[in-house]
Ligand binder design. Structure first.
Ligand SMILES: [Zn+2]
Length: 296
């Protein structure tokens, strides 16, 4: 009895000190027990973001970056979690990918941007990833794997990480890149479509996006990434999305998709960037041919 009492006191104390405890993790009323304070979640996310940005090449086009960030900002403004600052960034890579880190770092790859057709689809991709952050999906998994005390004991933010910290960051990376459970993916889809509609885009873009991903998966099965995980099946995702959309306010179905804005701010610029790369490649190839012919 004494132990039980002590445990209840500890839970209450943690709740009072850190603001953790029962947290609403979706706009549809679901709650979860979260014991990792937001400050520790943000420290974990920041540490992993640093590692990722060392390894990956961030997009240098200011128009694309600002455009993606502005769409993200509108999603963040309507999402169910306001205790963190969301950051939406673009990674230059042909991978068809997007992922979210705890604490609100969200990355989308230029490979995926090229595959999308309108602004509403981009909004859904960013909203789906935002949904993982609102749902605390990564943090909940870490709590299960390591336990609360261990996670609270991590020292983050310093120059050199200890072995325990490095291990958690590695596991976290694999979690966010390889996708979540079936239930979490369906939840992120539902939140994604909801935030897309609430922020002023047509939520039907969510179904369009899954259809695009599905058609691309047939040609690029090796490109299976967070947003592409075939669990649940894409068919199930579409059924789930249509069910949610049928319950959203009817006027959301009149919201625009903004195809032209997406073309101007993303597709045309990526094409220009691509042709620049091709020219650069050709010129370096012709230079090396020049050198080779001179040497011979
Ligand atoms: Zn996901």
């Amino acid at each position: 009895m004494k132990i039980r009492y002590a445990f209840i006191c500890l839970v209450v104390l943690i709740f009072l000190v850190t603001g953790c405890g029962v947290v609403r993790t979706s706009p549809f009323g679901e709650t979860s027990l979260i014991f990792i304070p937001t400050s520790q979640e943000v420290a974990l996310g920041r540490q992993l973001a640093k590692e990722i940005e060392k390894r990956e090449k961030l997009c240098k086009d200011p128009v694309i970056n600002e455009y993606v960030a502005s769409i993200g900002k509108k999603i963040a403004a309507v999402c169910g979690r306001r205790d963190i600052t969301y950051k939406y960034k673009v990674i230059e890579s042909d991978e068809l990918n997007a992922f979210a880190l705890p604490g609100g770092w969200i990355y989308v790859y230029t490979g995926l941007l090229k595959a999308l057709k309108n602004e509403a689809q981009l909004a859904f991709v960013l909203a789906h990833e935002t949904g993982h952050v609102v749902g605390r999906h990564a943090i909940r998994r870490l709590q299960l794997i390591y336990g609360i005390n261990f996670l609270l004991s991590l020292t983050l933010g310093g120059k050199n990480l200890g072995p325990a910290e490095k291990e958690v960051i590695k596991v976290l990376y694999s979690l966010v890149v390889n996708g979540y459970t079936r239930k979490e993916e369906l939840e992120a889809d539902a939140m994604g479509a909801y935030y897309t509609g609430k922020a002023g885009w047509n939520p039907v873009a969510s179904v369009e996006t899954i259809k695009i991903l599905d058609s691309l998966m047939k040609f690029k099965p090796s490109g299976v990434t967070e947003l592409f995980m075939d669990h649940p099946t894409n068919q199930k995702r579409i059924v789930n999305l249509n069910r949610w959309i049928s319950n959203f306010p009817r006027e959301w179905l009149k919201n625009p998709f903004y195809e032209d804005r997406y073309k101007d701010n993303v597709l045309r610029r990526l094409k220009i960037e691509n042709s620049k790369h091709r020219k650069r490649d050709n010129s370096s190839r012709s230079k090396s041919f020049e050198k080779f012919s001179r040497a011979s």
